[in-house]
Write a new protein. Structure first.
Length: 400
């Protein structure tokens, strides 16, 4: 389908059709896997024109491949962005975007609750190369206002945050940052929501980051990342950040799998959200549960913002038990259906302990400052029958 045909069509239609790469004369329904490292030029002049950009066309898979192009077009259409690229991991997306946006002497202002490796890259990686980094709690907008500097070139946050499900007001932060400096880019990691539940660019942000390993692919069999934003920024990410700085390229086969996952994104998200709401309400009533963090609960301190900013509340829940660390571990170890593994957004329900796993890059003091309790347990609610997930959790709770 041409771009023109796609205008005005709905999310489900776009997630299935945008970016399909046809081969006239063969006309496959599914885009084939272009498993090639390089592309053949007709002659030296054509090769030269491709490198100068005077002629569009493929050169080498690190610079682009029909399978990754397809993903980029799809995500851009769903996020309401001008363009997007697919890269080799979520961390590849974070690093490619930051190496593109920042230079030595620049300042990065970020929220203090971040996926553990993003936190580590910002605080221990970028700082090695002369980038100043400040982490503050963005749920208090005064912290954003008070920490912007003349050299702040990038503002970065997740919403909801990993793992403590805090929300950041995307339009309020974008307004504050752009009033301070219209050139400063606002980056939102939209991994927990996907464009199905939240479109940060429509709310005023400049760039969206994804770990496509999670819900976008949805089947737990690929590591990938994506970046969506203006054509100018995405082109710079592609031709500099990705090509020259990170080389975090996504293979054609992985791109094919993510495109396959994309086709069912909205129906998967609907069930993740439905299951998560039932489980969050169930856990909240349980006498052995101290606190449940889920944006869909009225008890969530930012529930009103969640209703305003998100179309539904997502599949991630964190909670604390009214018990010792040993008993919490016993609870997790006793589960059978809920699988003890990091990652999220898969068909399987996954459970993990952030302080010793995904967020072990934070020191004990840093966890405390970022409001990530040692006792927090995180569940990525899967697509199983919700009664079976609850029965498994109940079994674990009955043992402690
Ligand atoms: N951004 C967020 C919000 C993430 O949760 C992750 C990975 C990344 C970026 C990095 O993506 P990756 O390179 O792994 O594709 N989060 C993980 C997690 O919570 N458990 O395992 C990985």
């Amino acid at each position: 389908m041409s771009e023109h045909d796609m205008k005005g069509q709905g999310f489900s239609t776009k997630q299935i059709h945008v970016g399909h790469f046809d081969i006239p004369g063969i006309n496959p329904l599914a885009t084939p896997i272009f498993q090639t490292s390089t592309f053949v030029f007709d002659d030296t002049e054509q090769g030269a024109r491709r490198f100068t950009g005077d002629e569009t066309g493929y050169i080498y898979t690190r610079l682009g491949n029909p399978n990754t192009t397809q993903l980029g077009e799809k995500l851009a259409a769903l996020e309401g962005a001008e363009a997007a690229i697919a890269v080799g991991s979520g961390m590849g997306a974070v690093t490619t975007a930051m190496w593109t946006a920042l230079r030595a002497g620049d300042h990065l202002l970020a929220d203090d609750s971040l996926y553990g490796c993003t936190f580590s890259y910002f605080t221990h990686g970028l700082t090695r190369f002369g980038v100043e980094v400040t982490l503050v709690d963005f749920s208090n907008l005064e912290n954003v206002k008070n920490n912007l500097r003349p050299n702040t070139k990038a503002v970065y946050f997740e919403s909801p945050t990993n793992p403590n499900l805090k929300l950041v007001d995307i339009s309020a932060v974008s307004n504050i940052v752009h009033a301070h400096n219209p050139e400063c880019l606002v980056f939102v990691d939209n991994t927990f929501c996907t464009p199905c539940l939240q479109q940060p660019i429509k709310l005023g942000a400049d760039v969206v980051i994804h770990s496509a390993t999670k819900y976008l692919n949805g089947h737990g069999d690929v590591i990938a990342g994506m970046i969506a934003g203006s054509s100018a920024f995405i082109s710079e990410c592609n031709l500099f950040g990705l090509k020259d700085m990170t080389g975090a390229v996504l293979g054609p086969f992985e791109a094919f799998l993510i495109n396959r996952g994309f086709k069912t994104l909205d129906i998967r998200m609907e069930k993740h959200c439905k299951n998560a709401m039932i489980i969050a309400e169930h856990l909240e009533k349980h006498p052995k549960v101290k606190r449940v963090l889920y944006p869909g609960l009225e008890s969530h301190p930012q529930h009103e913002l969640a209703k305003r900013q998100m179309q539904d509340f997502g599949g991630m829940i964190s909670f604390e038990l009214n018990t010792t660390r040993e008993e919490s571990a016993k609870f997790i170890n006793s589960l059978r259906l809920c699988t003890l593994a990091v990652s999220l957004g898969d068909a399987e329900t996954l459970i993990e302990h952030p302080a010793t796993m995904t967020h072990s890059t934070y020191t004990a003091e840093e966890l405390l400052k970022a409001n990530i309790p040692q006792s927090l347990i995180r569940i990525s609610v899967g697509l199983e029958d919700v009664d079976d997930i609850i029965a498994d959790l109940e079994y674990g709770l009955s043992l402690i």
